[in-house]
Write a protein that binds this ligand. Structure first.
Ligand SMILES: [Zn+2]
Ligand SMILES: [Zn+2]
Length: 287
């Protein structure tokens, strides 16, 4: 939001200066002058309106221009139809059926090294599209708006966090993409909460994308592909670490990274993602 905001502000300033110059040029009042002044006031009016509701900001979900009734960087149509994670597992934050103890089957049958995880959206509909554009479609500009949703969730999550880190990409993948989407989200969130961001773990094996594998194979597949960064160890010793990723699928990736963070003496590890896979766990965890 910061970068695009600066651009917007300078554009607004230019518009205002043009209006101001045109206004100053007008002298004694004639009918013509009134017409000119009228158009100047109209322009100043539209400049003021633009200041409050910039017209060129587009909805991150559908790409339509936003207007006065829209919230954040989402148009009111998309906002109303966004999928929700109303009822979620206390452990992994994933969708859950009516259940007395509040824990999903995946969490009941598997142990995880992180304390708990939360996600903003279920990975369906428009959320799938926005993540795909963010990762595969030169959608780096979507980061700030997506991270804002994660910040909102973090501010209502009753946990104490000292350090923020992210799930790393293998350097080949990061080079091809030009950025690590999870790190971008994490850096924005750290900045917003005035917390320190550090790289804590690196991905040392460029393993097959997780998408086509079942849970057991995923766990095998992520074993030994991550390695702790030794310089980070003193930074996270005894600290609560928040691990950021774009999608939570089966928890295999979060688990593998958390395991390393715990072995580096992190006190607790929490996981925050933009989306959480639902139903069939496929196609989501393509790093
Ligand atoms: Zn929209
Ligand atoms: Zn669960």
């Amino acid at each position: 939001m910061k970068n695009s905001k600066d651009k917007k502000d300078s554009q607004k300033d230019n518009n205002f200066m043009d209006s101001k110059k045109e206004f100053e040029k007008t002298g004694n009042t004639t009918k013509e002058d009134l017409k000119v002044k009228g158009s100047v006031w109209k322009r100043i009016g539209s400049w003021l309106k633009n200041l409050v509701f910039p017209s060129h900001i587009k909805c991150i979900f559908c790409g339509d221009e936003l207007n006065a009734t829209d919230i954040c960087d989402t148009c009111s149509n998309c906002y109303a139809s966004l999928p929700k994670l109303d009822k979620s597992c206390l452990r992994c934050g994933g969708p859950i059926e009516d259940n007395n103890d509040g824990v999903c089957l995946n969490c009941k049958t598997n142990n995880f090294s992180f304390h708990s995880a939360r996600s903003v959206f279920p990975y369906v509909d428009k959320v799938v599209d926005v993540i795909h554009r963010f990762k595969f479609g030169r959608g780096k500009f979507l980061c700030d708006a997506m991270a804002e949703y994660m910040c909102d969730l973090l501010s209502t999550w009753n946990i104490s966090v000292d350090i923020i880190t992210s799930v790393p990409l293998h350097k080949n993948r990061e080079k091809t993409r030009g950025y690590n989407q999870s790190k971008l989200l994490a850096e924005y969130i750290a900045d917003k909460f005035n917390l320190k961001y550090i790289d804590t773990v690196e991905k040392v094996v460029d393993n097959t994308a997780q998408a086509t594998l079942d849970f057991k194979s995923r766990r095998e597949n992520v074993k030994n592909v991550y390695k702790g960064i030794s310089e980070a160890k003193p930074e996270i010793k005894g600290k609560n670490v928040l691990l950021i990723d774009d999608i939570y699928t089966t928890g295999a990736t979060s688990n593998a990274v958390s395991e390393i963070l715990k072995s580096m003496s992190a006190k607790e590890v929490y996981v925050l993602t933009f989306a959480h896979s639902v139903g069939e766990k496929t196609n989501a965890e393509i790093k």
